[in-house]
Design a protein around this ligand. Structure first.
Ligand code: NAD
Length: 455
């Protein structure tokens, strides 16, 4: 049994039966057997099912947001935003899949025709994270299903009830029980799935787990797509709108308690505006309401995994030892039930400190003063990760020049912590490989077949 614990109250919400070695084997066999039938199901029927699923998300938004908040501690307003935001992603997949699946005649001459067609990968494993279970899950299982793959879906053990709620609604919408199959449990169940001959693994989670997964399937020549962590930098130039940048970046660093893969994790500020920026930033952070995630006005909820509090405490201690200046926060919240950490801001930080090198994945940010664009760029690229990076400047050409030289999958000008269904979502280095979203995030679930036709 898996105990679902509310991180805001430490109460056991529910106990859920987990999968086992034999049930994983049986579920894989069912998916494998059913996959040709699911692939042969006309696209129009698949689209209809996903449209119905979308309808359930919309009609059940409040209930689903409450389940999410209860198990991950996300503020209820942000949980509603996540369910609502998923609708636009589904709309994108509904609108684009037919076009991508259509075979294309690319050459016709002297009795020969050449056609490019696409086939599903087959049975895929989707091993998922808890921080945005609707977003990161639907980025995978919606296009995977629409393109004819059967999906073995393992929600994170910290978002199991959400995973089950998704699964129940997909089935109610008509998706066959053998086309989308949830697998419940922790990392042991995740690694068990990989023992079977799946045709692809689509993983969202941390770099250490991504590395284990890539190692486990290495040599099998199957598709491996990894969406991993980040240490996302932003540079605020001396010509930026200081107050707007500070407010936007405080939100980018602390939304979802900093537990986003694309949270702002490092801020570099030009010396000419550094002090004013810091003043606005700290003022914004001090106004954030920390509290019961079920309250509508809570902005900082509970930290989902208790173990992350230790990571944050270590980063704080390391930064203090090395001379960083603590401006606000710095401690776990005591005197109340639940796992909470004060929103924390440091200045006078540098790259010898863990908080500027390792993913914090919590309400913690370092602000470093820089002398010029060259120094900022050098520091932004001084990382193993490469998910997102941003530049705040009044001059588009200046920002674009820097953005072209940053090694990351997404770049932002005067914005941050943003994902669009129309753009590919991809990481470099320890942030992963492959892309979800955009047309590329549909094609990734397909394998091409080249037809040479004479006659
Ligand atoms: P995690 O790596 O701890 O777990 C992710 C999933 O992997 C869970 O379902 C877990 O049960 C499973 N798992 C654990 N060990 C496994 C193993 N040996 N074999 C197979 N599966 C195993 O990550 P998390 O705590 O759920 O998520 C947080 C991390 O995810 C952060 O690093 C965050 O940046 C990253 N993330 C990245 C993106 C992105 O799009 N790049 C999006 C969301 C989260």
């Amino acid at each position: 049994m898996l105990k679902i614990i509310n991180p805001a109250t430490e109460e056991v919400v529910q106990e859920v039966p987990t999968d086992s070695v034999s049930s994983v084997r049986e579920k894989f066999a069912r998916a494998r057997e059913n996959q040709p039938a699911w692939a042969a199901t006309p696209l129009v029927q698949k689209l209809d099912m996903i449209q119905k699923f979308r309808g359930f998300l919309e009609s059940d938004k409040e209930e689903l947001a409450r389940i999410l908040t209860t198990e991950v501690g996300k503020p209820i307003a942000q949980a509603r935003n996540e369910v609502q935001g998923t609708l636009g992603r589904i709309d994108f997949f509904l609108a684009k899949t037919a076009e991508i699946l259509k075979p294309r005649s690319v050459f016709k001459d002297s009795g020969i025709e050449e056609v490019i067609a696409h086939e599903p990968l087959g049975v895929i494993a989707n091993i998922s994270a808890w921080n945005y279970p609707y977003f990161v899950g639907s980025n995978v299982f919606i296009p995977a299903l629409l393109t004819g793959n059967c999906v073995l879906y393992k929600p994170s053990e910290f978002a199991t009830l959400t995973g089950l709620a998704i699964s129940e609604r997909l089935q109610r919408a008509g998706v066959p029980v053998n086309a989308f199959i949830p697998l419940i449990g922790d990392g042991a169940i995740g690694s068990e799935i990989l023992k079977h001959s799946v045709n692809g693994v689509f993983f969202t989670g941390s770099y250490p787990t991504g590395k284990k997964i890539a190692t486990a399937v290495a040599g099998r020549m199957i598709k491996v797509q990894l969406e991993l962590g980040g240490k996302d930098p932003v540079y605020v130039c001396d010509d930026a709108q200081v107050a707007t940048a500070a407010e936007g970046l405080a939100d980018g660093a602390f939304y979802n308690n900093g537990q986003s893969c694309c949270s702002v994790e490092r801020i570099y500020v030009h010396a000419a505006i550094h002090d004013t920026f810091v003043e606005h930033f700290v003022e914004t952070v001090k106004a954030f309401v920390l509290g019961n995630p079920m309250d509508d006005n809570t902005y900082i909820g509970a930290v989902t995994r208790p173990a992350q509090i230790d990571v944050l405490e270590k980063q704080v201690a390391d930064a203090l030892t090395k001379g960083a200046q603590l401006l606000v926060g710095g401690k776990k919240v005591t005197g109340r039930k639940g796992h909470y950490f004060q929103p924390t801001v440091f200045t006078n930080v540098n790259h010898t400190m863990e908080m500027m090198r390792e993913e914090s994945f919590g309400p913690l940010i370092g602000i470093q003063k820089v002398a010029n664009d060259d120094e900022a760029l050098k520091l932004m690229n001084d990382t193993k990760y490469g998910l997102t990076a941003g530049v705040y400047s009044a001059t588009k050409a200046r920002a674009l020049g820097l953005m072209a030289l940053v090694n990351s999958g997404s770049v932002y000008w005067n914005c941050c912590d943003r994902v669009s269904p129309r753009l590919p979502w991809s990481g470099r280095g320890h942030s992963g490989m492959g892309a979800t979203l955009s047309e590329e995030g549909i094609s990734t679930f397909l394998q091409p077949k080249a037809y040479h036709l004479r006659g």
